[in-house]
Every structure is written in C-alpha cells, then in structure tokens.
Design a protein around this ligand. Sequence first.
Ligand SMILES: *[C@@H]1O[C@H](CO)[C@@H](O)[C@H](O)[C@H]1NC(C)=O
Ligand SMILES: *[C@@H]1O[C@H](CO)[C@@H](O)[C@H](O)[C@H]1NC(C)=O
Length: 513
Amino acid sequence: MVERSNSRYLGVNITRKSIIFLLISTLSVLSWFLIFSSTNPNRVLDYISVPESTDSPLIIIKNAESPNPQNKEDEKRGGTKIEELVTENREEATTEEPISENKENENTEEPIRVETIEKVSLSPTPKPLKVYMYDMSPEFHFGLLGWKPERNDVVWPDIRVNVPHHPGGLNLQHSVEYWLTLDVLFSELPEDSRTSRAAIRVKNSTEADVVFVPFFSSLSYNRFSKVTPKQKKSQDRELQENLVKFVTSQKEWKNSGGKDHVIMAHHPNSMSMARHKLYPAMFVVADFGRYSPNLANVDKDIVAPYKHLVPSYVNDTSGFDGRPMLLYFQGAIYRKAGGFVRQELYHLLKEEKDVHFSFGSVQNHGITNAGEGMRTSKFCLNIAGDTPSSNRLFDAIASHCIPVIISDDIELPYEDVLNYNEFCLFVRSSDALKKGFLMGLVRSIGREEWNKMWRRLKEVEKYFDFRFPAKDDDGDYGVQMIWKAIARKAPLVKMKVHRFQRFTRPFLGLSKD
Ligand SMILES: *[C@@H]1O[C@H](CO)[C@@H](O)[C@H](O)[C@H]1NC(C)=O
Ligand SMILES: *[C@@H]1O[C@H](CO)[C@@H](O)[C@H](O)[C@H]1NC(C)=O
C-alpha cells in the first residue's frame, strides 16, 4: 500500500516535473525568439518599407534605360535626388544608428528637424503618380455642389471658367474629396504650369498607377443622408448603391479586383454601405474609428487631414511669451462612446489657472472664438471624441498652438515621413487621467523647447492646408502630400494586383476595347 501509493506519488511527480520541464524549455525558446526579434527592430520595419525601397531603384532603372532626351531633363531635376534617397535608404537599412549619430555630430544645431525636412522634400515622386479618373456622372461629384452641366455629355465643369463653390461651413472639414478631384482636373490643363506635380491625369487606364473614383462621399453623407418622408431610402444611400454598381462593373475594377482604386471616405460615417463592397480599394479616410480592420487599416489606406476651420495664423510672431494662456480646449465636453476622457479631464482641470476649458459648440460663434483662443494659448488639447480624430487638431496646427493629443487610437496623415513628436505632445488616456500628470507635462516644457516646436509647427502647417489653384510651390501642400502618400503605396498596390491576376487571366494583350 505504502509502496504503491509512494510509487504512484512518484509517478505523478515525474510527469509533473516533465511537464514543468517542457514548459520551461518552451518558454526559454520563446523568450530567445522574442529577444532576437526585439534586438532586430528592422524585421518589422523591413516588412513595411519593402515596397518603398524597391520603388526608387525601379524608377532609376527606368530613367537610365530611357534614351529619350526629354528624360535627361527629368534626370537633371530628379535623378540626383533619387540617388541620394536610395543611398540614404541603403545606408539606413544596414547601419541605422551610427549614421544618425554622425548626422547629429555634423549638425549640432537642430539635427532632428533638418533630417525630417530633407526626408519630406526628398519624398516627392520624381515621376508624378499617374491617375486614371472615371468620368462619372456629375450626380456623384460636382452635382452634389449644385453644379449642372450645360449639356448631357458634359461630365466635368470647365474649371478655367467656373470652379463650383464648396458649400463650406462644417462640410469643409471633410472636403479633401473636392481638392483632390480639382487637382486631377487641373493637371490636364495647360494652365497648370507647375514644374513638379505629384499626380497627373492619364486618359488610358492601362498606363495608370491608380484609378481614382470621384465620389464626394462626405458631402453626400453630410447633405443627403436623411430620409425625407417621400423617400424609401436616403439619396446618400442610393448614390452609394449606384456607385457600387458602376464601379464594380468597370473593366478597370475587374482587372484589379479594385485593389488599385482610390476611394474617398473622409467623413467617418460616409460610405457606410459601399465600404463593405469596395473595401479592396484604398480608402482616403480621417481615421479608422468606424471601420473594422479588415475593411480599412493603416497599411492599406490613406489618412488625410481635415481642412481646418479656423483661419491660418499669418505672420505669427507671438512665441512663448506672446501666448498668455497655457492650455486650451474647446468643444463638446460630454460625448458618447470613447469621449469619457473629456468629461474626466474637465473635472480634473477646471480649477487650474491658465487653462481654458469651454463647452462651446462649433456651430454658433465657436470657430472665431476657438481661433482666438488657440492663438493666445501655448498648448491645445485634442481629446478623442466619438471618433479618434477631429478637425480640432488641424485647427490647432493652423493656429500654431502645440497640440496635446489624448487619443490612443489616432492615426495621423503622412506619419511615415513626418515625425509628429517634433511639434505635438502625445499623452495616453490612462496617464492623462492621473491627477497632476497633464499639467506637470505642459509646465515642464520651457520657453526654448516650446519655441522650437512652435517654429516646426509653422514649417509643417502647409502639409495640412488645401488650396486651389495649385501653384508651383504647391509640392508640400495637402493635396500633393496625399498624392505622394498614395504613390508610396503604389508598389504594394501593384503587387496586390499581380497576385489578384494570378487566377483571373486578365486582359493582358487580349482586350483593346
Ligand atoms: C492604352 O495603352 C495601351 C498600352 O500602352 C495600348 O496598348 C492601348 O492601345 C492604349 N489604348 C488607347 C485607347 O489608347
Ligand atoms: C504678413 O507679412 C507680409 C510681409 O511683411 C505682409 O506683406 C502681409 O500683408 C502680412 N499679412 C498679414 C495677414 O498680416
């Protein structure tokens, strides 16, 4: 009995030991694996940047092969720059750290800033992105602005004579669809004298890098998503259904499975139905708050800025000492889902000196007041509302008020070429709700550091600005920045299209229409 129970006990013990041993050894193997991958951060980066780095050499090869003398010009203008970019990329890939140290030594003044500006101004695509745009019925685009063509066969306004006005107001926040479409139209006119354009319209879709779908989805949502008593469904809903029918029946969509299509869906509620049908395309969005990751995500899609509602602060000489208010927030304090942080923060900060916390809504008198408040404050709070992003961030940038971003899920425009840490502060929601944390942080930024961020803000503000007609120095304005962001995804798009075509036996040389 004793022996038996003993041996049984022993047996149990042994199996337990062996299980523990197995566990420990598995864990140690796993941890080695983790250590390896964490000391090798390039693994993830490599994966993401593969399409970018393969892009530049490809372009050089094209330039080198081309016997066309016209391309000599291109080489002169862009060739050296691309080579610099490529060598820089290559060096970065192999020995990233020493190089950035070298740069710092050479340039003790403001190394970070110089490097980033270079990166941004080197990022223009040397050859403009070739954009094929569907000639869709005006009801999808300028018709939504009240524009009517003189004849039935006319699809686009003659923007040399008449640029349909955007209704403005709150609709302007999501007007990126309007500016991008205008830019595509402008790019085919002789009036467009820009020496470098980020995108040009091509009329032959087989030559295009991307297919642009000119549906003003945000305007459609803003103006026509209400069901009137006479309707069964809203006009917005109907337009979305017609859009899906139209787009998915085009040969361009069938050839690519839609993967090379660019579709604008900036308002978080726009395309609420069509997104489920057109998601293989690249969406231009404000954020991903209302998308499931399989429909839209930061790898596939493009984050574009809101158009700021407050006016740009021209000739701003305020500086640290010219802004008496420390921290500014204006907006609805009580929001639905996700916005509880606002409410909590309000209770934490309402007694603080130098903090302006206001309930003002944007509709009534809010915009002017907000503009004034932001111009006289050092820091501007951007707290997640019912979506991770809001135009308030871009209002703060236009007012050169250092944004303090409290939005754990926010995604930002062009973050692959722009380091927001140079001109924004990021605070985790959980930290922001700790008593004293936020005020301690903003009070810890001294005059010199603040002025540095402020100067950087004044440099980057144009990346978030939209204007028309485009001018020669337009390269760093919002529309061009978005085209360049799309261009950086073009090689990935190409790969996805090729993979799609594996089994569809596409047109290649067969159809000519
Ligand atoms: C479009 O381009 C392709 C390839 O360059 C060419 O084969 C085709 O004929 C062109 N189509 C038209 C309508 O010009
Ligand atoms: C900004 O400064 C420039 C040059 O001094 C001047 O021409 C321009 O009128 C100023 N603009 C505003 C809005 O103050």
